[in-house]
Design a protein around this ligand. Structure first.
Ligand code: ZN
Length: 223
């Protein structure tokens, strides 16, 4: 069986998928309908206790949220993914915890509601891989969380992406990357309109080379 250099996978609305990338490969996340928030996690392919970490990434880049060219690092402070393309207005989030069962209980849901944490496991289980624990600190692609003028208050808003907008993440190490097309249908985060979760597409890119180095860790100026 030949492997296409462009392997496209649909993430059904409200579900999860995962891929394994070798260093240098990339994955493009396409907001097919333009309205969908996508939660993202990554792990060192050889050590699932080393995971993409939002806290260390904010230190590394000295930014609240990543922009084009920024690198995500792990809890071991090793580069894992770099943003090499972004056709969106550049609005993504690293602050909001991934939704889980308890979040929906707190929102008043009785019974089971699909959620990003379970979707993360769903996607990884399909690859035969079991992450050691849920990680609430996801990279929330296309999610629109605005810091208010007081500098400390957050405002949750719908996505600002257009249909077909995408972001591409290059692997800096061999890694697993999981995605959840967020099932959130109570808090209004899913674009304009009826807040209905929609499918997205992920595309594994194997042969592209981007003239982007990624970021090195920030260190304060001496003196
Ligand atoms: Zn979610």
């Amino acid at each position: 069986m030949t492997t296409s250099p462009h392997r496209s996978i649909e993430v059904p609305a409200g579900h999860g998928k995962a891929v394994r990338l070798s260093a240098g490969q990339a994955v493009r996340v396409v907001n097919t309908h333009g309205t969908q928030v996508v939660d993202c996690w990554a792990w060192n392919a050889y050590n699932l206790n080393e995971y993409m970490c939002m806290e260390t990434t904010r230190v590394w880049n000295q930014r609240l949220n990543p922009v084009m060219g920024d690198t995500f690092v792990t809890n071991e402070r090793h580069p894992v993914l770099t943003v090499v393309e972004d056709t969106t207005p550049g609005v993504h989030d690293t602050f909001m915890a991934a939704c889980d069962r308890k979040r929906y209980q707190l929102l008043g849901v009785r019974g089971y509601h699909r959620n990003c944490c379970d979707n993360m496991f769903e996607g990884m289980f399909e690859l035969g891989v079991t992450p050691p624990r849920p990680n609430l600190a996801s990279f929330n692609i296309f999610m629109n969380i605005r810091v208010q003028p007081d500098g400390i208050t957050l405002h949750t808003l719908p996505t600002v992406t257009q249909p077909g907008d995408y972001i591409t993440l290059r692997a800096e190490m061999d890694c697993f990357v999981a995605f959840s097309a967020c099932p959130q249908d109570i808090v209004k985060i899913q674009g304009q309109g009826d807040n209905t979760p929609k499918p997205v597409d992920i595309v594994v890119l194997s042969d592209e080379i981007w003239p982007i180095e990624g970021t090195r860790t920030w260190v304060p100026d001496a003196g």
